[in-house]
Design a protein around this ligand. Structure first.
Ligand code: CP3
Length: 357
């Protein structure tokens, strides 16, 4: 260990005489971790936690997202309960659409409902991509509150949706059985598609820059809809814009790119400037490792379904996953997608114990 790293580690340690959780997370993002992998879970805050449900009795999701004290409290809930190595800002990818002029809300029967659908030049031109950071200033207030509560102990992750995934929700007007409208635009009206994606890229870049300036340790770009594209079109329809976002950031910490279901063009994904690729549970991590350029880390990829089974099954499968990577210093342990309401708390506990010990 270099003396510089050693000095940094002296601040907050985890009781085992090792590095702090935050430092372990930061090292893994740079492929320099020498101990167990750091662990956090996508959607770690939310409906699976009784303490979240209790707050939800009093406040709506959007209220919690928009109130720095509440967003901070919800962000910290999974850290207090499970001691994850990193906290992720409690928010949603759709705050960007809201800041551009298209509000989101929830349907009675579940799912997202946007105020209107973006389905032509008129709505695209009406979207305001300038000044989104000002309209999302509550996030700028929340992040320093989280940071000061976490101190030096725990990492802090900011995030945004990828332009492609945002375009899909904005064009469908919310959750949809099939996401087809953004594809329609990409194939039939390339110029208009570029206009929309250009605006989203400006908005996402400005928003992530604000999060960097507020001191996050990492950023994650969620491209949950990336996998609906044909392999040969992913880079043009989505990867290119993710690359433009990352290239536009100043003083950026490592960026994690989660393009769910995009599992063939690893070099293309890495060429976006991602430091770490977050992958779903259909990918063999050991095989992926041998295909990635040197210095690119891997995040994932336990099947979230397993958190519905038993603590024993979780321990076995998490152990197998870690063994397959054989001490690779660039592994951030996570699920292959988010925690769902059906996941059992005792299974999450088992996962935490297994990764820790
Ligand atoms: O990961 C985290 O813990 C951080 C917070 C976060 C949320 N959503 C909180 C949330 C993040 C990073 C997201 C990302 C997000 N939001 C994505 C991309 C990744 C993914 O998981 O697919 C997408 C597509 C959205 C849009 C969205 N928000 C959907 C489809 C839903 C579910 C709607 C429903 O009724 O099931 C949400 C709601 C949402 N976002 C919840 C949480 C905790 C649940 C809200 C609740 O019921 O309390």
């Amino acid at each position: 260990m270099s003396s510089e790293v050693f000095k940094e580690n002296q601040g907050a340690v985890d009781g085992l005489g090792g590095v702090s959780n935050r430092e372990r997370f930061r090292q893994a993002l740079r492929c320099q971790n020498t101990g167990r992998p750091p662990l956090w879970l996508m959607r770690q805050a939310g409906r699976v936690l009784p303490e979240y449900r209790a707050l939800k009795e009093k406040y709506s999701f959007v209220e919690m997202v928009r109130t720095p004290e509440l967003a901070t409290e919800v962000t910290l809930q999974p850290i207090e309960r499970f001691g994850f190595d990193a906290a992720i800002l409690f928010s949603d990818i759709l705050v960007i659409s809201e800041a551009m002029g298209q509000k989101y809300g929830f349907r009675e029967q579940g799912g997202i409902e946007m105020e209107f659908t973006v389905d032509g030049a008129a709505e695209i031109d009406r979207l305001n991509e300038k000044g989104v950071a000002d309209r999302l200033d509550y996030v700028g207030k929340t992040l320093p509150m989280i940071r000061s509560a976490l101190g030096d102990q725990t990492g802090l992750i900011g995030f945004s949706g990828a332009p492609w995934t945002l375009a899909n929700y904005m064009m469908e007007g919310g959750s949809a059985k099939e996401f087809l409208k953004a594809k329609d635009l990409y194939y039939s009206e390339p110029k208009l598609f570029e206009r929309l994606m250009g605006k989203l890229t400006v908005a996402v870049t400005e928003y992530l820059q604000m999060q960097i300036d507020a001191g996050v340790d990492a950023l994650q770009i969620f491209d949950t809809q990336g996998g609906c594209l044909a392999a040969g079109d992913f880079m043009a329809a989505s990867g290119r814009w993710i690359g433009e976002v990352i290239a536009g950031l100043k003083n950026a910490p490592p960026v994690i790119v989660f393009a769910k279901g995009v599992n063939s063009d690893w070099k293309g994904l890495a060429s976006t400037g991602a430091s770490v690729l977050s992958v779903d549970w259909t990918v063999d991590l050991a095989a992926l490792r041998s295909e990635l350029p040197q210095g690119v880390g891997i995040q994932g990829n336990l099947d979230p379904y397993l958190l519905r089974t038993t603590p024993e099954i979780v321990a076995r499968e998490a152990g197998r996953l870690m063994e397959s990577l054989n001490g690779f210093g660039g592994h951030v342990f996570n699920l292959g997608h988010g925690v769902t309401p059906e996941c059992k708390l005792e299974c999450i506990e088992s996962l935490v114990d297994t990764v820790r010990n």
